[in-house]
Design a protein around this ligand. Structure first.
Ligand SMILES: [Zn+2]
Ligand SMILES: [Zn+2]
Ligand SMILES: [Zn+2]
Ligand SMILES: [Zn+2]
Ligand SMILES: [Zn+2]
Length: 199
């Protein structure tokens, strides 16, 4: 299926540019020896379980499929499209050849805030301000004594002593775990050196 749904175009595309399999504008247009044009993905899928052209039924296999003439592809490339994020406010119109790159980095794409605990979705263009200045879950250094990195919304109710104790407990667990792994390794090493005595 093509990525280029007809509704995404500023002007209704000419019917010659529409794939008969998916009813969208050709995505990577390819041509058969019987001179029918399809999206590459569409005809590939079709020929998985058919052996003939979907338009004229002539015998067909992927080996005989070729790219369309550069002229045809360049006509397709110059079609004007809306951005996928038009409903989010993106007013830009794009050439089909610019579409992929634009949609990837469109300012109006909604992204999830990466800070742990924050469930806010936010426009790409506002994300860095949100992460650095607004997010309730961004981490700041506590200046009341513990110097730990804590989410800003915990700053007022945060107990330095308790937080330090938690941190210490966590570190003790890690140290214990390392100790255990070290012993295990030492044991395996011994076993390698003296396999009989330790059996
Ligand atoms: Zn198609
Ligand atoms: Zn055909
Ligand atoms: Zn956009
Ligand atoms: Zn956030
Ligand atoms: Zn503190």
């Amino acid at each position: 299926m093509s990525r280029y749904n007809i509704e995404k175009f500023l002007h209704t595309p000419s019917p010659e540019l529409i794939c008969c399999i998916c009813q969208c504008v050709f995505d990577n247009a390819v041509e058969s020896p019987c001179q029918h044009v399809f999206c590459k993905v569409c005809i590939e899928q079709w020929l998985n379980d058919h052996y003939s052209c979907p338009t004229c039924r002539a015998r067909l296999s992927m080996q005989t499929i070729k790219n369309v003439l550069p002229l045809v592809q360049s006509i397709i490339n110059k079609l004007a499209m809306h951005c996928d994020y038009q409903s989010n406010g993106c007013k830009q119109s794009l050439l089909l050849e610019e579409y992929d790159a634009h949609v990837q980095q469109c300012e109006f794409k909604l992204l999830q805030c990466p800070n742990a605990g924050c469930n806010v979705s936010i426009f790409q263009k506002d994300l860095s301000r949100h992460i650095n200045e607004i997010c309730e879950y961004r981490e700041v250094t506590c200046i009341r004594g513990c110097n730990l990195q804590i989410p800003i919304h915990e700053l007022n109710c945060h107990d330095c002593i308790l937080a330090l104790r938690h941190k210490l407990e966590k570190q003790q667990k890690i140290i214990l775990e390392y100790g255990r792994r070290f012993q295990e390794l030492a044991y395996r090493h011994q076993k390698m050196l003296y396999p009989i005595t330790l059996m």
